[in-house]
Design a protein around this ligand. Structure first.
Ligand code: GLU
Length: 290
């Protein structure tokens, strides 16, 4: 992309629970990066993996962002409303024969570790997944925090674009969504750094423009575990928004002046947009919360 294009960023939480400190950290980083570039900051709810969705979580995420002054631009996009777009792109790939049906079960994969469906005639009347063939190409990109990332696709197994239960895979949906919305800057957690080469591979196959990537550190607890729903990280307390934003700015290696310690959230955010300097995080993949 050229510098002349307006910046379009996004935050894309999955509605699997309330936002914890780690997910709010990513939200704040992507908001600050977008706003410091006079960009748009859009919101997408990644709700395709229905068995993992928690009822009420999407609405609670919206209220949390509001309570923390992180107001998004435009309406909210729900991936579940966009299934026709993903299917259309999938059909395009099926036509080019770069993807193939796969009938492996978890059990067969667990025993063998490999999928051989590419060489088999799959019965399309029974439930099957779709995998994309990987090639020998080298995927390289310069992450704005992590620096040069270089991955050979030869090391990546053919990966799933649509699951056997008919749910479209995250790797695929995210690429189509970012393209449709014209997202040209993706700021997200380092836990997704391994997914990015796969997504770039798909962007190239589909002929989509590549966004600029910035993978911010993940927050770890005192035991070294990433804050996540699996480690039972608590949802942030909406009543403490001011203190939490101040703390998160510290964890983003920004240094708000002490005078702002008790400042209202919007004033803190205004300072943070004006002074946003992600280079302080260079090459960091995790940060332990104090
Ligand atoms: N929905 C994903 C998550 O909550 C993030 C997707 C993305 O930023 O690409 O982990």
């Amino acid at each position: 992309m050229t510098d002349k294009q307006p910046y379009i960023g996004r935050f894309a939480p999955s509605p699997t629970g309330p936002l914890h400190l780690g997910s709010l950290y990513t939200a704040l980083a992507s908001y600050l990066d977008a706003k410091s570039h006079q960009g748009q900051w859009s919101l997408r709810i990644d709700d395709l993996d229905t068995p993992r969705n928690l009822s009420g979580a999407a609405d609670y995420i919206l209220s949390t962002l509001d309570a923390f002054g992180l107001h998004w631009d435009g309406g909210v996009t729900y991936q579940s409303d966009c299934i026709a777009f993903y299917e259309a792109e999938l059909a395009r790939l099926i036509n080019t024969q770069i993807i193939y049906p796969c009938a492996c079960s978890r059990k067969t994969l667990a025993t063998d570790g490999e999928c051989y469906c590419i060489n088999k005639q799959i019965d399309l009347t029974v439930p099957h997944a779709y995998r994309v063939k990987t090639d020998q190409s080298l995927i390289q990109f310069v992450d704005q925090i992590q620096g040069l990332v270089s991955i050979s696709m030869a090391e990546q197994a053919d990966f799933i674009l649509k699951r056997k239960d008919q749910i479209l895979a995250y790797q695929f949906a995210v690429v189509v969504d970012d393209h449709i919305k014209g997202v040209n800057h993706v700021v997200r957690g380092c836990d997704l750094l391994d997914s990015t080469p796969k997504q770039i591979y798909l962007q190239k196959l589909l002929g989509f423009a590549l966004p600029v990537y910035m993978h911010v550190p993940v927050i770890k607890d005192a035991h070294g575990f990433k804050l996540s729903k699996q480690t039972l990280a608590e949802g942030v307390n909406l009543k403490d928004s001011q203190k939490i934003i101040f703390k998160l700015l510290g964890l983003l290696w920004q240094s708000p002046p002490k005078e702002l310690y008790n400042a209202p959230v919007l004033e803190l955010l205004e300072w943070a947009v004006q002074h946003w300097n992600p280079s302080a995080l260079k090459h960091r993949q995790s940060i332990v919360q104090g």
